[in-house]
Design a protein around this ligand. Structure first.
Ligand SMILES: Cc1cc2nc3c(=O)[nH]c(=O)nc-3n(C[C@H](O)[C@H](O)[C@H](O)COP(=O)(O)OP(=O)(O)OC[C@H]3O[C@@H](n4cnc5c(N)ncnc54)[C@H](O)[C@@H]3O)c2cc1C
Length: 496
């Protein structure tokens, strides 16, 4: 009998190898690797969702008639060897894994790989598309995906005559409440949840699970219903806004389930389009969401495979500063924006995109934090952390550590951006308008210093040259650079 080895991020009977076999004729293997679980100080909610979702999936596969060998082993290789020794399968088959490391492991262990259908654009097809282009641009890829997959199309053109509604989707938070966004769906924890939580390694970090994150397909589908009915109609306009009073706005919070297989991108995008066609959701909202899902998500996936394993270690800006002590909980921060984001990670292991990019990523970029330290830290802390999505987003989009292969210019911003797009600055002891002085916003100071530090490089970038000229014209340029040195020292000492 063949065995299908199901990885913890392929938890769906419609994915790859499992989709092609029938219960009764195939055994399913799942391995919990102790070395993986103890390898890093995972956020407890991240470790919980991983293990609990795997165990529930094993029960569901059993209920469907599959014989499931669920193993707890020291390593994946050991689990595989034990399975082979006990069951002597004719072949071990797996869906193409979702990371370079897992793919190498499977191939080295003689596992037969079946083409994955977990993403809407297979990485081989992405590579073929990429090779046909002079420059890679998300917008081109996205339009191709819209046409190819037939989302929001009106004959040959885009529904509503426009491919994107980005301009409408950059609004700051509303001036005052009550905010229109729904509450997140939570469900009580059960005995399995409590068992798993009790068994997690002691070096896990963060607040324990509260029932916010789903760990079964049925519960993930309930999160999807909740999003489509209550948040999708509001998705878009305030996509980039950040407030202290509402943590997710109209964001879907579906990334963990898309990443571990409990939900499939196709079914989520279908639901968004159907809601628009039924008149329940404005076009700008449906388009904004579908763009993230069939555009950004798939683009990042394709880039991860296109760039290969060495991409993760790129450090083009030669950033060497260690992680701020506040990131690891060894110090408190006085920056309200950073504190709000670190509190969000502690509480629920999740932040929305702009908090990741324009607060924590931005500070790391401006301060020159080592890219691989940032990647590892975010990977450990986010409930949706996965190498394929973390690496391009951190190395490419956020830290410009790939020298501009993914983003045409660095996502760098001073306090003025934070003040416009968030409510954080209202309660901050720093002044976002100031770039020098003890109460100057560290982001504002570091922004100008960053541009000056890398002026030679950015001068050659037509999207950055204006900022370089503005930085060079600053009347208090020396004072800014002096203050930046002090700010970086405070950051290193955990006193910022
Ligand atoms: C520094 C940094 C680190 C990130 N780390 C991760 C990570 O570990 N795991 C992860 O899934 N996403 C990551 N992202 C991308 C994005 O921030 C999250 O996917 C998103 O915030 C998840 O929340 P959501 O489901 O509510 O997204 P929504 O705003 O509701 O968007 C819908 C879906 O679109 C997809 N999506 C949107 N933007 C991106 C993007 N840039 N890359 C890939 N997919 C995207 C996600 O699947 C998301 O669920 C990171 C972004 C940055 C800047």
């Amino acid at each position: 009998m063949d065995t299908v080895w199901v990885f913890g991020d392929q938890l769906n009977v419609q994915i790859g190898a499992l989709a092609t076999v029938r219960p009764g004729f195939t055994r399913v293997l799942m391995i919990e690797s102790a070395s993986k679980l103890t390898a890093a100080p995972w956020h407890v909610q991240r470790a919980h969702i991983l293990i609990t979702s795997m165990r529930r999936f094993a029960s569901e596969a059993t209920a469907l008639g599959f014989e499931v060998d669920y193993r707890q082993a020291a390593t994946f290789a050991e689990g595989l060897a034990d399975h082979r020794a006990e069951f002597r399968p004719s072949r071990i088959v797996a869906t193409e894994p979702n990371s370079h490391r897992a793919r190498s492991l499977a191939l080295n262990e003689g596992v037969v790989l079946v083409r994955s259908n977990q993403f809407l654009c297979h990485y081989d097809d992405f590579a073929t598309w990429a090779r046909s282009r002079k420059h890679l641009r998300l917008e081109d890829f996205y339009r191709r995906q819209r046409v190819r997959l037939d989302y929001l199309m009106d004959n040959d053109g885009p529904e509503g005559g426009r491919w994107n509604f980005d301009e409408e989707n950059r609004q700051p938070p509303p001036r005052r409440g009550p905010y229109p966004w729904p509450s997140a769906l939570t469900e009580p924890l059960d005995a399995l949840d409590h068992d798993v939580i009790a068994s997690l390694p002691p070096n896990c970090t963060g607040s324990p699970p509260t029932g916010l994150w789903a760990t079964s397909r049925a519960a993930a589908l309930r999160r999807l219903d909740h999003f489509i009915d209550h948040a999708l109609p509001l998705f878009g306009p305030h996509e980039d806004a950040m407030t202290t009073d509402h943590f997710h706005l109209a964001h879907s919070m579906l990334s963990p389930y898309l990443n571990n297989g409990l939900l499939l991108a196709r079914e989520v995008a279908d639901r968004a389009e159907a809601a628009y066609r039924a008149g329940a959701v404005p076009l700008a909202s449906a388009e904004g969401f579908i763009r993230q899902l069939i555009g950004w998500r798939e683009y990042v996936w394709g880039l991860y495979w296109l760039e290969g394993p060495s991409y993760a270690s790129m450090n083009e800006l030669a950033a060497t500063r260690p992680l701020p002590l506040a990131f690891t909980g060894a110090a408190e921060t006085r920056m309200a924006c950073v504190k709000a984001c670190l509190d969000g990670i502690e509480e629920r292991a999740w932040l929305h995109h702009i908090q990741r990019l324009m607060v924590l990523g931005n500070l790391s970029l401006l301060a020159g934090i080592h890219p691989q330290e940032v990647t590892s830290w975010m990977w450990e802390r986010f409930v949706d952390g996965a190498e394929w999505v973390m690496v391009p987003n951190v190395i490419g989009m956020s830290l410009y550590a790939d020298g501009g292969r993914m983003a045409t210019k660095p996502y760098a911003a001073g306090g003025a951006y934070l003040s416009k797009m968030s409510t954080y600055c209202k309660s901050c002891s720093f002044d976002h308008r100031k770039r020098v002085g003890e109460d100057a916003c560290p982001l504002t100071t570091l922004y100008w210093d960053f541009i000056l530090r890398h002026a030679d490089r950015f001068e050659g970038n037509h999207r950055m040259v204006r900022q370089v000229r503005a930085a060079e014209r600053l009347s208090d340029r020396s004072a800014v650079q002096l203050r930046a040195t002090a700010v970086l020292a405070l950051l290193d000492e955990g006193r910022l």
